[in-house]
Design a protein around this ligand. Sequence first.
Ligand code: MRU
Length: 368
Amino acid sequence: MKVLGKAYRSIWPLEIGKSVGIIDQTRLPHQFVEVELNNLQDAATSIQDMWVRGAPLIGATAAYGVALEMARDPSDAALDNAWEVLHATRPTAINLRWALNDMRKLLSPLASELRAKAAWNRATEINDADVACNKALGQHGLKLIEEIAAQKPDGEPVNILTHCNAGWLATVDWGTATSPIYQAHNKGIKVHVWVEETRPRNQGAGLTAWELGQHGVPHTLLVDNAGGHLMQHDMVDMCIVGTDRTTAHGDVCNKIGTYLKALAAYDNGVPFYVALPSSTIDWTVADGVKEIPIEERDGEEVAWISGETASGNVEKVRICPAETPLSNFAFDVTPSKYVTALITERGVCSASKEGLAGLFPEEAKEAV
Ligand code: MRU
């Protein structure tokens, strides 16, 4: 997508086998800073410290992290170590394990002198495939937006609520939840996005509002707790969110607060869609609430908030007493019964074992 009119991906190769570029997302929306990753540790730090984040982008960065390590040392020990170091960075998004397993499966049987080139090529394929998947799922999601647009009075936009950032910044390009939205907007369909701020790190305020603004998509920022009220007053036509891990039975784990929006949507008859590339499905998990590990982050993220002052400096302020005990669960699980449908690169399906198996029979054979 575009930044100041220039086309960007959220990660891109700089020098083959040697370096990749990323956007430091911790600096947005105040500063647009490009960063170079040169080795395994750079890649691990960029995921751990959330310069890159969002399930698909975490996987895409990890793949390049393995490739950078193979260029330095293509031994079995280095491959195993790269898998461990990258896997330890963040626990919830399954794309990380998916990309690391994919890289290891390809590289393990190869002679060490072949590994560096093969790893770079495969990491590039994983990145390109993410773009293609998100574009394809956006085509399927576009039809859902078109159906609602056809029922709106002339000139009224389709109002879509989203949570966190499941935009192009969370993927290599297009985004998941935002892909249908960008494609509808590009086609001239009137859309308006309700963007939830998404405490504590404010990915909605800092990232989703920023990227929609860069692309010219009409949107309005909300505090997290306002979504239910809007749904009660017919101000939301549909919700579309992303997911960090989707179970084989259709439960979805996404940024904390998603579950509450799904409950409000269910209570008010608002369709609640989850958009995902299939790399986000964990075929080994049936019950998301019981089985998905939920990342617990530093409580400091809850206590402190950062923003730009009137004089243009970016500063952090504490919003509670210094001694307040803090809790910071980063994700929650929305059971499949609250999900209207899943939007994938192969089409739209029910959030169920049967629905997913219908679209992905080859993976579903091995599923729990
Ligand atoms: O903690 P983050 O910013 O990595 O969380 C990101 C999300 O929760 C996204 O909604 C999810 O990864 C889907 S992204 C396409």
